[in-house]
Design a protein around this ligand. Structure first.
Ligand SMILES: *Cc1c(COP(=O)(O)O)cnc(C)c1O
Length: 641
């Protein structure tokens, strides 16, 4: 959908007047839609004064000229919410001129402001303000409110007599956007007087028209994002000649993504398992904004800052260790794993056992895309190509006996054992029980080898406990965290080292330094987001949400299991996975078919080959969970197995 949104600084800014002038100047270009009307009908007025204009009926009309939510209550009717209004957007043969009511901060419903609706439209905004005394302050205040929601008007229309001072002041302060005064017909409005006024303001309207006709913009320039993307961008895990153009995403809120074309999708996989609470949780967004007023970035060697310290202290407080543990920061899951591997090996070196160069991982494990992480995953599809470059490591079946045999056979050679606790994610959402995990830990302990928990996917409540390893009642020596650590809004990772690991480095001897670091180690804004996310977790609300979602999934899994072609359906915390009985594994064609089928149902899923799964954010509503489950059923059926 294309078009633009007309937003007033307040109720009497002159929105309808501007819309009338605009439509009078360009009657064949835009269709008029005011989703919610109160008092006299503006749609009727447009119809009367600009007969050529296409005028679409409002979604809701209330007779009393007061705030719509109040008018609705007095009439005993429901006020439509953001989702209702988005869903009701008419499809016209031309872009829409969408007129709002009141100002950006006017209440839309009891819970949300009109600002949320304006943002959800994901269209250019023209801000209308009266040119009367105080125009500059009034306009800038409304622009600040819009900016708070991440919106910047593309043009300002002042309604009233020409005021060059106001125009200049506003344009300077809003990044040079067009600002002009529009003088309305004096006396009674008629078709003729309106046409004449529009003609007088034509030069100003003509500066606005091409900007809003272009629709959503990026980088200030109207562009077809998909086409520009195809010329410049290389996407992860995607063939350069992919049959599917990338989804152009304009905005996100809670469990939803809003696409450039206006479609709303449910983010059924939390954007690659990053988004934890939901998209743009207000507390984290506020923490990020606050952080940007203080400190952008600082090197982390020989310097520190409060957010990094608070986060490290909190993370350590959740570990089953006594005092003496430490947190080492990096910026993604793969580096968190690399750090753990290097620490484990160097600790052996400090103990005079530099010959321990063998790491042990498990079949179907996944730990990231850097060389150390690849060496321990050795997935033939993902990493087979790089096999000649990978270092020596073992992949054993995920069983205590197999692990015991390997550690016995390679006694004195093994530097560490690396496992994804309870769920092997990228390897196909494969589950093992807390008892099995505990058995792996005990075998590893018995052989005196460090146990490394890769909690990059499972951390922060996703499996029902804050850390997955807690369910096995074990105490790993190293814990890797990333993805959800910031609530998923910014990149950050942490490797947590137990007091025993730390002890091997606890010396002033420079040769025993851990020589590792990244430019953006412990970035202060990312740490601020992580602290805010941690505080959200402290409320404990996540436990209720995981239980709610898990209960929903258990019912959905029973339904999926009955479908033809489904070999297994499994649930753990936020994860629901259905494995299809088809050959081909990760490269199975059904993956793409299922992704497209789910998109048809408005749900973003990205199957791991023949494994279709959902892992939604904690905030996902029951209604959205039902839609995800329905999309999964539809996706499986679409494979025609
Ligand atoms: C995603 C993932 C990684 C890698 O994290 P990145 O941030 O993508 O580098 C490592 N381990 C596990 C278990 C993961 O799921």
């Amino acid at each position: 959908m294309t078009g633009f949104v007309v937003v007033g600084t307040d109720t009497d800014a002159g929105k309808t007047a501007f819309s009338l002038m605009f439509l009078a100047a360009f009657p064949d270009t835009f269709a008029y839609w005011k989703p919610v009307e109160t008092g006299d009908s503006d749609a009727e007025k447009v119809r009367r004064l600009v007969p050529r204009a296409v005028v679409l009926p409002p979604l809701a009309r209330f007779s009393e000229p007061v705030a719509p939510v109040l008018a609705a209550r007095r009439e005993g009717r429901a006020m439509p919410g953001v989702a209702d209004i988005l869903a009701a957007r008419p499809s016209a043969d031309r872009p829409l001129l969408i007129e709002t009511f009141g100002g950006p901060m006017s209440p839309l419903t009891d819970d949300v402001l009109q600002l949320d609706l304006i943002r959800a439209f994901a269209l250019p905004v023209v801000l209308v303000s009266s040119a009367a005394v105080g125009a500059v302050a009034r306009t800038l205040q409304a622009a600040a409110a819009l900016e708070h929601a991440g919106l910047r008007p593309v043009a300002v229309a002042l309604t009233g007599a020409d005021d060059a001072f106001a125009c200049d002041q506003i344009t300077r302060r809003l990044g040079g956007i067009p600002v002009a005064c529009h003088e309305f017909p004096a006396g009674e409005w008629t078709r003729d007087s309106l046409a004449a006024a529009a003609e007088r303001s034509r030069w100003a309207l003509q500066r606005v028209e091409p900007i809003v006709r272009a629709g959503p913009t990026f980088g200030g320039r109207p562009t077809d994002i998909a086409a520009a993307d195809a010329r410049a961008v290389w996407h992860p895990y995607t063939p350069l000649q992919s049959p599917d153009a990338p989804l152009a995403v304009a905005a996100a809120d809670d469990e939803f993504l809003t696409l450039d074309d206006g479609r709303r999708l449910i983010d059924g996989i939390s954007s690659w398992w990053t988004i934890l609470h939901g998209h743009r949780p207000p507390a984290i967004m506020q923490a990020v904004r606050d952080a940007t007023h203080q400190l952008d970035h600082v090197l982390f060697a020989g310097a520190t800052h409060p957010a990094a310290v608070e986060l490290a202290t909190s993370l350590l407080g959740s570990m089953p260790w006594g005092p003496g543990g430490r947190v080492f920061y990096s910026d993604n899951g793969s580096t968190a794993v690399e750090v753990a591997l290097k620490m484990a090996y160097q600790a052996w070196c400090h103990r005079g056992e530099a010959g321990r160069t063998l790491f042990v991982g498990f079949e179907h494990g996944y730990h990231g895309d850097t060389f150390g992480a690849m060496s321990l995953s050795r997935d033939p599809v993902f990493f087979g190509r790089f096999e000649p470059l990978l270092f020596r490591a073992l992949q054993v079946p995920l069983s205590a006996d197999a692990l015991d045999a390997a550690l016995t056979h390679h006694a004195g050679e093994v530097a560490g054992v690396l496992v994804e606790p309870l769920v092997q994610g990228a390897g196909g959402m494969r589950l093992h029980t807390p008892e099995e995990l505990r058995a792996l830990f005990e075998v590893t302990r018995r052989h005196g080898v460090p146990f490394i928990a890769d909690e990059v996917m499972t951390g922060f409540g996703r499996t029902g406990s804050l850390w997955a390893f807690e369910q096995a009642g074990i105490a790993p020596d190293l814990v890797c965290a990333a993805k959800g650590i910031t609530g998923g809004v910014l990149p950050l990772a942490a490797t947590l080292a137990s007091p025993e690991v730390v002890a091997a480095f606890d010396t002033a001897d420079r040769t025993r330094t851990f020589f590792h670091g990244h430019s953006f180690t412990a970035n202060p804004i990312a740490c601020a987001a992580a602290v805010a996310s941690w505080r959200l977790l402290q409320t404990g609300r996540w436990r209720t949400d995981v239980r709610r979602i898990e209960a929903h999934w258990l019912a959905a899994a029973a339904g999926l299991r009955k479908l033809h072609g489904v070999k297994d359906a499994r649930v753990r915390g936020l994860i629901l996975a259905a494995e299809l009985d088809v050959p081909g594994g990760y490269l199975a064609d059904v993956g793409r078919a299922m992704r497209l089928a789910a998109l048809e149902r408005g749900v973003l899923l990205r199957p791991l080959g023949n494994v279709l799964y959902a892992l939604p954010p904690l905030c996902t509503s029951d209604d959205s969970l039902a839609r995800i489950a329905d999309a999964m059923v539809h996706a499986v059926r679409s494979c025609g197995l």
